[in-house]
Ligand binder design. Structure first.
Ligand code: URP
Ligand code: ZN
Ligand code: ZN
Length: 467
């Protein structure tokens, strides 16, 4: 199959050029001006006049089909990746979880089973390590060398569920420093948060807003400082996931200025929502539960720091932390006790739309920086580049034809995520994916999904080189 994309504006992390692009099979085979007379017969021509041609989005943080908080995230690999594709994302990096009392490979193989035959776009895995035993440590080497999984997430939060102590984190960091992988950290002070939760509940403070009150930004800053120090001593690259607060950002900035291999992502929810959303009185007063995630939404003002961090490269990625739970039967579990609300929110489909509209169109970030944040930086950080993350000869033809003028009103009913609310319900955004190609195959056309569940392929990643 040969597809010519012509008359578009090609946008990569570094360049914006008027050029055509030829796709042969699964790869990009030619990029140049006015290719029509040069390429001979093609099977399909896509006229991208007036639109941007960008590398497919890479969402480095998703939780599909994940058991959590007594529930299971509402999107599986089929619905979640279809939604991702409709929003212009062509690769997700999901989190496989080490089962309690089990090995890393047990968790990894379970996640392969969840994804195989279901994923509509390509996918890779990070590994959540929740028990840093001797065998887990040696499995970490095997995951990097043999299984194509070279990033490990550890938690300083959720005691009794995912949290491991500083010594365990440090051991896992040392191991990862040796084997060429990356440590991803959920940085919040879990034990102190648990004290605050217990005290709040004892005072009868049970509404969703207390989820945020009991997880102060200072405790994200503290944990971020701590894990950066541990990573510095362990000589390992570290990536702070879902960074939400100015305090935490300041720690990352300082560490980077000291020369620490520190990286961080933020998420659209921290850029476009705020603490005030916890006072949503819909759903018989439980509306604030829509925004229960960890870290929580922060007070207005934080987002300006995050935008500046994104523009200045103190933050390298915008990922979604897509972890949707329906209001019905899931978020509702926390009526009368905010601590029982499953933590997480949907976002896999709306990441490019929100950040183009609220970032590029407002002038907060450039078009090229947007492409870098959406695709190139996560590809480089997590070992998918140059196969993915750019428009270059030989790269996978994961391509989005982005219409900067198309307006969408975000609504749970019309989006593809299988969740009964949307945090941005009613918000109008300009800019959307008209056509999406996954390894040379059109999977979204005129904004509608035309691909096939099961066509997505696992992407093995190797050792990561962050220098
Ligand atoms: O609330 C969140 N973030 N849920 C997903 C799990 C995690 O910590 O990333
Ligand atoms: Zn987390
Ligand atoms: Zn997460």
């Amino acid at each position: 199959m040969r597809t010519l994309i012509k008359n578009g504006t090609l946008v990569t992390a570094s360049d914006t050029t008027r050029a055509d692009l030829l796709v042969e099979g699964e790869r990009i085979s030619l990029v140049g001006t006015d290719l029509t007379p040069l390429v001979g017969k093609v099977d399909r021509t896509i006229d991208a006049t007036g639109r941007y041609v960008i590398p497919g989005g890479i969402d480095a943080h998703t939780h599909l089909d994940m058991p959590f908080g007594g529930s299971k995230s509402a999107d599986d690999f089929e619905s979640g990746t279809i939604a991702a594709a409709c929003g212009g994302t062509t690769t997700v990096v999901d989190f496989a979880i080490q089962p309690q009392g089990g090995g890393l490979r047990d968790g990894l193989y379970a996640w392969h089973q969840k994804a195989e035959g279901k994923a509509a776009i390509d996918y890779a895995f990070h590994m959540i390590v929740r028990e840093v035993s001797k065998s887990a440590l040696s499995e970490m080497d095997a995951l990097v060398k043999e299984e194509g999984v070279s990033s490990f997430k550890l938690f300083t939060a959720y005691p009794g569920v995912f949290m491991v102590d500083d010594a365990a984190i440090f051991r896992a960091m040392q191991k990862t420093g040796e084997n060429g992988g990356m440590i991803c950290m959920h940085a919040e002070n879990g034990p102190v948060i648990d004290v605050l939760i217990e005290q709040a509940l004892a005072r009868g403070e049970t509404a969703p807003v207390y989820h945020a009150v009991t997880r102060p930004a200072r405790l994200e800053g503290e944990a971020t400082n701590r894990v950066l120090a541990l990573a510095e001593v362990a000589h390992v690259p570290v990536y702070i996931v879902h960074l939400s607060a100015a305090e935490a950002l300041a720690e990352v900035r300082e560490a980077r200025d000291r020369g620490v291999l520190a990286f961080a992502e933020t998420c659209p929810q921290y850029l476009f929502l705020s603490h005030e959303d916890y006072f949503d009185k819909s759903h018989d007063g439980l509306g604030g539960a829509k925004y229960v995630m960890s870290p929580p939404l922060r007070h207005k003002g934080n987002e300006e720091h995050l935008w500046r961090g994104l523009a200045l490269d103190d933050l390298q990625c915008i990922a979604t932390d897509h972890c949707p739970f329906c209001m019905k039967d899931q978020k509702e579990l926390g009526r009368g006790n905010f601590a029982k609300i499953p933590n997480g929110a949907p976002g896999i489909e709306t990441r490019l739309m929100l950040t183009f509209d609220g970032g590029v169109r407002t002038g907060r970030i450039s078009l090229n920086r947007w492409v870098q944040l959406m695709s190139t930086a996560p590809a480089k950080l997590f070992g998918l580049y140059p196969r993915k993350g750019t428009l270059a000869v030989g790269a996978d033809a994961d391509i989005v034809i982005w219409n900067p003028e198309r307006e969408t009103t975000l609504a749970a009913k019309t989006l593809h995520m299988k969740v009964d609310y949307n945090p941005y319900e009613g918000r109008k955004v300009k800019g959307a994916a008209d056509v999406v190609m996954s390894r040379g195959k059109v999977v979204v056309d005129h904004g509608a999904f035309v691909g096939k569940a099961g066509d997505g392929r696992f992407q093995k990643r190797g050792e990561l080189r962050q220098k």
